[in-house]
Design a protein. Structure first.
Length: 397
């Protein structure tokens, strides 16, 4: 790369070269797990090497953490103090769910049909506290904003939805749902694990009060790290179920008890428990630099554009592509089949099983979820990847 090229952000085409996994496979599997870049791998090695030699310096790690807070905040339209570090999306969702001052007769509204189980079980766990889980029906394979809004009432405390469902992979009209939550003073909570890093997110414009995600999918990081956004509108009204050194205000050093009075951090840090996953933070620091350098809008146009081309090509070949009823609901995820006609391994459709077997033989990474063959595209994918999948589909038709 020339000095001029090094001084400017990478183009999407140039960024692909930073991902060895994209050359080894047709990697269309970000809906399950992303791949990391050479820069993230180098950052991981630096932290691991320092720990191996005993040379790690926490002050340097703190600077990396500050960059990650700032970078993630910029990515979603928030402020750094509204960002907390968690272990994964499930921990983030549970942190918010368990911090609410629930009363018997309160309810939480979710679409149990389309949410991942990790956004269902935590609400079921509130049953012994007298909390109703109000499960709404999906419509045309989507979390329907009108249906959700109709389920919200004066006793609703939280509405929890995915920005993009893990299958069939349609977007949710979060902003419309948020308007209904605001009318009754409920908290708008979203699981953004299928969109963060791939699709544009603006928490203020979308009316989101809290957002949880993991870094191992679209954020191009590793497992074992998550990010949690909590709006200033809500943070003082939420009392964490668990606290530790970094979630409270004490002395200068982490071992100081201070005056022994419990004072929660006045911002999202009150949800941070224990020491940090420094390897994961280092990897995320590098990937956020790449994502923000390219630009979320440009990445979204690229990934969704590839997904549209893939979906259109599969439809022309006669495959039963899942298509949302509205164009805006398309995402970077393409699924084929009938939702629920199968499991996480196979479809009830023999033709799709033959297609799946052929994809594996052709070195294509994908997944099957609830009977649907699922592809997830990101910045490291290109037209050749789509062509390869369509070539396999044509041969299997």
């Amino acid at each position: 790369m020339t000095d001029d090229a090094a001084a400017r952000p990478l183009t999407i085409a140039e960024a692909r070269a930073q991902f060895p996994g994209a050359e080894r496979w047709v990697y269309a599997n970000v809906a399950s797990k992303g791949i990391i870049s050479k820069a993230s791998r180098a950052a991981i090695d630096e932290v691991a090497d320092a720990q191996m030699t005993g040379e790690e310096i926490k002050e340097e790690y703190a600077n990396t953490l500050a960059r990650v807070r700032s970078g993630f905040a910029k990515l979603i339209g928030a402020r750094p103090h509204e960002v907390a570090v968690t272990k994964n999306v499930s921990e983030g969702l549970n942190a918010i769910g368990s911090a609410m001052d629930w009363k018997p007769g309160d309810n939480v509204v979710i679409c149990t049909e389309l949410e991942h189980p990790n956004n269902v079980y935590l609400w079921m766990n509130l049953a012994d506290r007298g909390v109703e889980v109000r499960g709404v029906k999906s419509k045309d394979g989507m979390i329907d904003a009108t249906t959700v809004a109709e389920a919200v009432d004066a006793r609703t405390r939280i509405v929890s939805v995915s920005t993009v469902t893990f299958t069939p992979g349609y977007r949710t009209d979060v902003a419309a749902i948020a308007k209904a939550t605001k009318k009754v003073g409920a908290l708008m909570l979203v699981d953004a694990v299928q969109s963060a890093g791939v699709l544009s997110i603006d928490v203020e414009a979308m009316g989101i009060d809290a957002l949880a995600t993991s870094t191992s999918k679209g954020l191009l990081g590793v497992m074992g790290l998550g990010m949690l956004y909590v709006s200033d509108r809500w943070v003082e009204r939420l009392k964490p179920a668990w606290v530790a050194r970094f979630s409270v205000v004490t002395g200068k050093h982490e071992s100081d008890l201070g005056d022994g009075v419990l004072r929660l951090q006045p911002d999202a840090r009150r949800f941070e428990i224990g020491n940090y996953n420094w390897i994961g933070i280092a990897a995320l620091d590098a990937s956020l630099d790449l994502i923000l350098g390219i630009g979320p809008e440009k990445i979204e146009r690229h990934a969704v554009g590839l997904a549209k081309r893939l979906a259109g090509g599969l439809e022309q070949l006669g495959y039963p592509v899942c298509r949302p009823p509205a164009e805006w609901a398309r995402s970077h995820i393409v699924t084929i089949g009938t939702l629920g006609a199968g499991d996480a391994y196979t479809s009830d459709d023999a033709r799709l099983n033959r297609f799946s077997a052929a994809l594996k033989e052709a070195n294509v990474k994908f997944t099957v979820r609830r009977g649907l063959v699922r592809f997830g595209l990101h910045l490291y994918n290109n037209e050749a990847d789509v062509d390869k999948i369509l070539e396999v589909a044509r041969a299997s038709a």
